[in-house]
Ligand binder design. Sequence first.
Ligand SMILES: Nc1nc2c(c(=O)[nH]1)N[C@H]1C(S)=C(S)[C@@H](COP(=O)(O)OP(=O)(O)OC[C@H]3O[C@@H](n4cnc5c(=O)[nH]c(N)nc54)[C@H](O)[C@@H]3O)O[C@H]1N2
Ligand SMILES: Nc1nc2c(c(=O)[nH]1)N[C@H]1C(S)=C(S)[C@@H](COP(=O)(O)OP(=O)(O)OC[C@H]3O[C@@H](n4cnc5c(=O)[nH]c(N)nc54)[C@H](O)[C@@H]3O)O[C@H]1N2
Ligand SMILES: [Mo]
Length: 766
Amino acid sequence: MEPAVTDHVEVKTYNHPTGGWGSLKSLIRKARDQGLLLSDIWSTLLKQNKADGYMCVSCSWAKPAEPRPFEFCENGAKATMWEQTSKRCEPSFFAAHSLTELLDWPDHDLEKQGRLTEPMRYNSATDKYEPIAWPDAFGDIGAQLRRLDPKSVVFYTSGRASLEASFMYQLFARIYGSPNLPDSSNMCHESTSVGLPESIGSPVGSVQLEDFAKSDMMFFFGHNTGVTAPRLLHPIEDARQRGVPVITFNPLRERGLVRFKNPQNPVEMLSPGPGTKMSSDFFQIRAGGDIAAMTGIAKAVLALDDVARERGAKRVLDMAFIEEHTSSFAEFEAYLRATDWEGIVRRCGISRADLEHVAEIYSVANAVIGNYGMGLTQHRHGTENVQMLCNLLLMRGNIGKPGAGISPLRGHSNVQGQRTVGISEKPELVPLDKFRQFYGFEPPRQKGLDTVETCKGVIDAQVHGFVGLGGNFVRAVPETGLVEKAWRNLDLHVEIATKLNRSHLIAGKVTYLLPCLSRLEKDVQASGPQWVSVEDSTACIHGSFGSRPKPSEHLLSEPTIVAELAKACVAGKSSIPWDEWVANYARIRDEIERCFPTHFKDFNKRFLTPGGFHRDIKASKRVWQTPNKKANFKLPTTLETDPDIDVSGKDVLTLITVRSNDQFNTTVYGYRDRLRGIIGTRMVLLMNDEDIRRMGLSAGQEVALEAHADDGIERRVKGLRVTPYSIPSGNCAGYYPELNPLVPLWHHAHKAHVPAVKSVPVRIVA
Ligand SMILES: Nc1nc2c(c(=O)[nH]1)N[C@H]1C(S)=C(S)[C@@H](COP(=O)(O)OP(=O)(O)OC[C@H]3O[C@@H](n4cnc5c(=O)[nH]c(N)nc54)[C@H](O)[C@@H]3O)O[C@H]1N2
Ligand SMILES: Nc1nc2c(c(=O)[nH]1)N[C@H]1C(S)=C(S)[C@@H](COP(=O)(O)OP(=O)(O)OC[C@H]3O[C@@H](n4cnc5c(=O)[nH]c(N)nc54)[C@H](O)[C@@H]3O)O[C@H]1N2
Ligand SMILES: [Mo]
C-alpha cells in the first residue's frame, strides 16, 4: 500500500484552543472537498442530535434533552459530510480498477470515491467487482452459507447499525446456527464489559448527562475528548467555569483537555483570549502507568484518612458506604499499605507529591466522575485498569449518587446499544431461551468467537465464512500481515457497507459487497418512512429519523438486507415474519421490548423522548447485580498494565497507536491532525527528544518500526518520520490503522481480549 503521505508535509506546535476558528475553517474545507454547498449541509446539520432529527453517526456521547441550536461538533459535522458526499463509487469505478491495483491505494483514497451504489460480486477471473442484481446476490449468499458449517461462519458488527438492524442480525446468525457474533467493542470497551460487572454489577457506566452539571470533580484517564467526543467539552467547560477541578492523565497533551474555545459562543469566539483551561492538572503519565498512578492516589487518600482518624476529624473514606455497599475493602487496604511509593512513581512517571496533590483534591470533593477511554481499556491489564478506577471511586462512595459515577466513553454511535439487543459472542449475556420460545428455533448455546479468536480462526483455517455488518475488520484488527494473507482462503466474504475500504479488497473465494443506506437517509418501507433507534454512552435510547434522499436508487436499508439474507438462507427455520418486520420497524421495536422487557419497557412510546429514555442501570441506584450483591474492590495483580513484555532494550520503545483529528477509526477524512500540528502525513513516529538523541536519530529522519517479539513472525512498518513531540521517554506514538501490522495477535487484554494497542513493544530500525 502507498504510504499515507501528501506532497506538503508540515509539523508545527499547535498552541490554539480546541474548537475556535480552527474548527470552523476545517469544516468549510471539508464541505468543499465533498462537493457540498454549505447551505446544503447546514439544513442537515441543524437536525443532528435533535429529538425530531437523526442521531450523529460519529461518537456515542449523550444527546441533551434541550439541545443547543447547533448540537454538533467539528468531527460530527465531518462525519455527516463524509456520508452526505456528492461523490459516488459506481460500477464504472470497479470496471476501471482491479482489486490488486486498489490494494495499493491509501485508506483515504478508497473511501473518498464516495458512496457505494450497487451490489457487487467479485470475479476472480478479472480480479474485479461486477454489478449483480439484489435477488441473485441474496440467493447465492444464502446457498453459499447453507453449504458451510455455521460454526465456521462469523457475523461481525461494527457499531453503527441501529438497534433494529442489530437485533435482526443476531437473530439471523443464531437461526443459521452460528454463535460467532464478535463486534468492534471486542477491540474497544470489552475491558469495561468484563471489568465493570465484577466490580459494580453493570456492563455499562453509571452516569447520565445531568450528573456532569452536579459533579464537583472529574478524572479523565486515557481519552482524547477534543477529538473523539467533542460535545463532551461543553459540560466540561461549564464545570470548569464553576471552578470544578478536572484532572487528566494522558501521555500526550491532547489539546481538547488543555484549552477549549466554544465555536458556538460568539462572545468567546471574538474574544482574543486563549479559551477555557480544561484540565486543572494534566499529568503526562507513561503508557500503561495507570494502575500505578491510581494505586498512588488511593494510597495517599488512605494516608489522609489515617490522619483524620488520629485527629478524630471526619473520615476521608466513606465508611458508611464501604460497610453497607462493598466487599473486600480490607484486602484492598492491605494492598495499598503493602505497595511502596518507589515502584508506583517509577512505573507511572508521576511524582509522589503530584499524586498526593490529586488525593487532596479528591478527598474533599463530594461528587466525582471517573471518565475514561482507550488509554485504559487497550492494555493487557485493561480490565484491571477499569476496576482500579472503580476502586478509587468506591473509596469515597462515588458510584450511585448524583454528580458521581464511572463513565466509560464509548466509541461508535450505537456500539453500546447493539450489545444490549443481543450482539454478543457470550451466550450467558443473551436471552436465548426467549428467542427459542418466541421464534421457534434452537439457538446455539456454546461460546462464539470474539474478534481476536476470529483472527486466529482465519489464520488457522478454522473460520470459513465472514459476514460484516459495517466496519473494516481486516484493517482494524492486529496482526494485519497474517490475517490479510489467510483471508483469501475464506469460502465466503460478505460486506454490508456504505463506502469502499481495504477489507473489501481482500477477496475470499466468493465475495460480495452490499451497499446500504445510512441513518441520515430517508428509509421508506411499506408502512411509510421509518425511524430507527440507538443507545448512547450514558445508556439513553434515542429515535433517529433520516430525511436525506437516497444516494442511489439501488440502496437498501440494513434491516431489509438482513431480512433478505435470512429469507434466502434460513427460510422456514423460525416463525419470524421477516417481511412484516421490515414493513414497519415499530414491529421490530415491539419484539426488542418482548425479549428485553426491563430495558425497553414501552419502547415505541418512549423512544422519541427528547434526550432519550434511560435504560434501567441498577448500579446508578446502588443496587449491585454482582453474585454477592455488593460492589467489589478488585485487587490489581501487579502495577504493570502490560506485564511480560520487556521494553528495557536500548532501541526498544512502547508504542501508543492513536486517532488523528481527521479520521473516524479506519476512515481517514484527510491529512490534517490540526490539534497535534501534524499536516500532510500520517506516517509519523512521535518521540521524546531524549530518546531521539539517545538512539542517535534526528528529527525528520525516516525509520522503520518492527514489533519487539521473538516469535519468528516478521512485523514491520517502513517510512515513518521521526517527529519530536511532548511524550514521556520510553514511549512513542503513531497512527492507527497504519501501525496495526506491528501488533501481535497474542498481545491483548488477558480477560477481555481487547488488543493491547496502547502499549506495543517496538524496535526502531534506522
Ligand atoms: N473523531 C473521532 N471520533 C471518534 C473516533 C474516531 O476515530 N474519530 N472513534 C470512536 C471510537 S470507535 C472510539 S473507541 C472512541 C475512542 O476515543 P479515545 O478513547 O479517545 O481513543 P484514542 O484516540 O485511541 O486514544 C485515547 C487516548 O489515550 C491516551 N493513552 C494512550 N495510552 C495511554 C495510557 O496508557 N494511559 C493513559 N492514561 N492514556 C493513554 C492517548 O494518548 C489518547 O489521547 O472514539 C470514538 N469517536
Ligand atoms: N492499532 C489500533 N487498532 C484499533 C484501535 C486503536 O485505537 N488502535 N481501535 C479499535 C477500535 S476502538 C475500534 S471500534 C475498531 C473499529 O473497527 P471497525 O468498526 O471495524 O472500523 P471502522 O473504521 O469504524 O469501519 C468503517 C467502515 O464502516 C462502513 N460503514 C460506515 N457507516 C456505515 C453504516 O451506517 N452501515 C454500514 N453497514 N456500514 C457502514 C464503511 O464502509 C466504512 O468504511 O478498531 C480497533 N482497532
Ligand atoms: Mo471503538
